[in-house]
Design a protein around this ligand. Structure first.
Ligand SMILES: [Zn+2]
Length: 233
């Protein structure tokens, strides 16, 4: 195998391993921090708080109506007990009952409002719980498929590691160092293929002589523009 073909294979292996690493990292982030799930959970907590406050409002409104009804009952009892005979007192009692009943109507309106609010709060809490459970099952399904992908990528990565070792063993130390330095300085890509007479990495057109040199593979030739090792099949 000539040297540039070996370097090209090494590059292909490294590029695939780089892609696997970045995909594994993306999977890790997705599994650790699912934004939609966090949002759905916060929403369910918020609607639960809203429901609790609506429940408190409803109980308070019910208590007020109840205590007003008791007051009216007591006043009416006095009014109709026959114990009060003084017309002025009777009139006062009658006025009191009328006034208490008027306020009762207001309290009953408030109770109705509180009941409606409570009903709405219950509906929105129920909806948020359903949404949360939907998101949970989506995440579980997604997690299962991401975990499976994670496992198969890890297996592939292990296989590539030993392939890489075998390929690299055919190169001398100096060439390997040269390759690694180029990779560091060229965003992971040290070797570029010659495609349609041009460097595939930077697009520079190559002369016939440059293409021929790349094709022979006996000596390493470089792209004059980006400096990468050229490989031609
Ligand atoms: Zn180039």
């Amino acid at each position: 195998m000539n040297q540039t073909l070996t370097l090209f294979r090494l590059q292909q292996t490294d590029s695939r391993m780089d892609a696997i690493q970045s995909r594994l990292e993306a999977i890790r982030l997705t599994l650790e921090n699912d934004r939609e799930l966090v949002r759905a959970r916060q929403q369910a907590e918020a609607t639960e708080a809203g429901l609790k406050s609506a429940e408190r409002g409803l109980r308070a409104a019910e208590a007020e109506v109840e205590s007003q009804r008791i007051k009216i009952e007591q006043s009416e009892n006095s009014l109709y007990s026959g114990k009060v005979r003084n017309p002025k007192e009777l009139q006062d009692l009658q006025n009191e009952v009328t006034s208490l009943k008027r306020h009762l109507a207001t309290l009953e309106d408030r109770l109705l409002e509180a009941m409606l609010k409570h009903e709405e709060a219950e509906e929105s809490h129920q909806a948020s719980l359903e949404h949360l459970s939907q998101v949970r099952s989506q995440v579980a399904t997604q997690s299962a498929s991401l975990t499976a992908e994670n496992n198969s990528l890890t297996v592939e990565n292990d296989r590539l590691k030993s392939e890489r070792q075998a390929i690299a063993s055919a190169l001398d130390e100096r060439t390997l160092t040269l390759y690694e330095n180029l990779r560091n300085n060229h965003r992971g890509r040290a070797v570029a293929k010659v495609s349609d007479g041009a460097c595939e990495a930077c697009g520079t057109n190559l002369t016939q002589a440059q293409q021929q040199a790349a094709r022979s593979g006996s000596q390493i030739s470089y792209c004059s523009t980006c400096g990468r090792i050229l490989y031609a099949s």
